[in-house]
Design a protein around this ligand. Structure first.
Ligand code: NCD
Ligand code: ZN
Ligand code: ZN
Length: 444
């Protein structure tokens, strides 16, 4: 990309802490606050951001980019574009690709694809077990020491259900300050046919369900293994009130557990399933309202550390089936901030400072991303996201940059729109367009 002149962003509410100016020079935040304008060098361009909120660039702990292997559903480039449009500047790319990211080679391939695309920093997640088979540990150390510097490990899509393997993985990643992100779903309590939440509704719909306890028992086991090993465990896509209780208890004991919640589990409930639309088929399943309310409360009070999208693109041929046969997963990158804004901020449950914490600072810290999540402060890289907090938009799945269309937000009105995203001072997305749309080849 070409170098951009210095930029003064004026009048934005800075991460919910009050209005001020921010000066960006050479990809770095040079100054914040009253004296920023005074330090602007000659030739500084200005961006008036009155009424907008300026957040530190968002970080997604849980994205499926599908490359290598399923480039028909998503590529690193298209997923990165969707991420930039969603206000993200870094995403963690899950390991359930084909081949699986269980070696340094695949991790470096994904890293390089991300760099080539250039919209967000793509940080590969490493598999915990070879081929996600749950039998033998993957090359955790080699991935950690590779150019990709892998710190987050996950068999996501599958649960590391063997307690002995989970223990060994935790011991191993501790040596380089890594973390295991667990897809908590006991395969004995949630068998292969389970496709929704088990309860009165699944009975009425005639669909095989899986109960919340299949998640909760794994979360409980894992926090005890984290305590035993002194290592860090992260709970991916927490979906039940019971899991929240376990995490709350574990944190009170000082156990190194962190947790994420998806935008869809914050806003949608199992009631969406009455039309049997497979768009709403996801793991863990949409749960009853009581769980949704507990998740909102836990995110607001800090029990749940982060929002993570679990962006899971699928092609039509995999999704357009009878509910029981369709693939699990839904899109999330472009709508995460608007969903959090609508359910949490507009409803008075969280402030914009809380959004900065749960969508940037905390996820970057959990993933040990040194160059992200440092906030809107002088000296930090200029990863910035400008949000129009009052602008309402009706989501249209046809306008998505994702290659897939399994978008549960289609037709819904969401308040809070990403206006601009900046990675190291370069605009990656602006008003619904990505950088490549507005830049000629010669300028790149
Ligand atoms: N969330 C999903 O329903 N699906 C994910 C896997 C996962 O996150 O478990 C996928 O890879 O499609
Ligand atoms: Zn998962
Ligand atoms: Zn996932």
């Amino acid at each position: 990309m070409s170098t951009t002149p210095p930029l003064l962003i004026t009048g934005a509410d800075i991460a919910g802490e009050g209005a001020g100016d921010v000066l960006v020079v050479d990809g770095t935040i040079r100054a914040v606050g009253a004296d920023a304008a005074g330090q602007a060098p000659q030739g500084t361009s200005r961006l008036s951001a009155d009424g907008l909120v300026l957040l530190p660039g968002l970080v997604d702990l849980h994205t499926h980019l599908r490359e290598p292997g399923r480039e028909d559903a998503e590529t690193v480039e298209t997923g990165s574009q969707a991420a930039a449009l969603g206000g993200f500047t870094a995403v963690l790319a899950m390991a359930n690709t084909s081949p699986v990211t269980d070696s340094a080679e695949v991790a470096e391939t994904v890293l390089d694809l991300g760099r080539r695309a250039g919209y967000v920093d793509v940080q590969p997640v490493g598999a915990v077990t070879k081929s996600l088979a749950g039998e033998e540990l993957a090359e955790l150390g080699l991935m950690a020491r590779s150019r990709a510097r892998v710190r987050v490990f996950s068999d996501d899509g599958r649960c590391v259900h063997d307690a002995r393997l989970m223990r060994r993985a935790l011991e191993y990643v501790k040596t380089f300050d890594g973390v295991v992100s667990q897809h908590a779903q006991d395969p004995r309590l949630a068998d292969g046919s389970a496709c929704c939440h088990e309860g009165e509704l699944s009975g009425r719909l005639g669909l095989p369900g899986w109960p919340g306890v299949a998640e909760e028992t794994i979360v409980a086991r894992d926090v005890m293994l984290a305590r035993h090993t002194g290592s860090r465990v992260h709970v991916a896509h927490v979906s039940t009130a019971g899991s929240v209780e376990v995490v709350r208890w574990a944190k009170a004991q000082g156990i190194a557990v962190t947790a994420e919640v998806t935008p869809h589990h914050l806003m949608l409930t199992q009631d969406e399933l009455v039309g049997y639309d497979p768009t709403y088929k996801v793991n863990p399943p949409l749960r009853p309202t009581e769980d949704t309310l507990a998740l909102r409360e836990a995110l607001a009070d800090g029990t749940i550390d982060a929002v993570a999208t679990d962006h899971a693109p699928h092609v039509r041929q995999d999704k357009e089936h009878a509910f029981a046969d369709a693939a699990f997963g839904m899109l999330g990158l472009e709508t995460a901030l608007p969903v959090v804004s609508t359910t949490m901020v507009a409803e008075g449950r969280m402030t914009w400072a809380d959004v900065a914490r749960t969508m940037s600072t905390a996820p970057a810290r959990i993933a040990r991303l040194e160059h992200h999540g440092r906030g809107v402060v002088a000296g930090a890289p200029a990863h910035l996201t400008l949000v129009d907090p009052t602008r309402t938009r009706t989501i249209d799945r046809a306008l998505s940059r994702s290659l897939s269309r399994n978008n549960p937000w289609h037709g819904r009105e969401l308040t809070g729109t990403v206006h601009l995203t900046m990675l190291r001072g370069q605009v990656t997305a602006r008003e619904g367009l990505v950088w490549a749309d507005t830049t000629t080849k010669e300028q790149r």
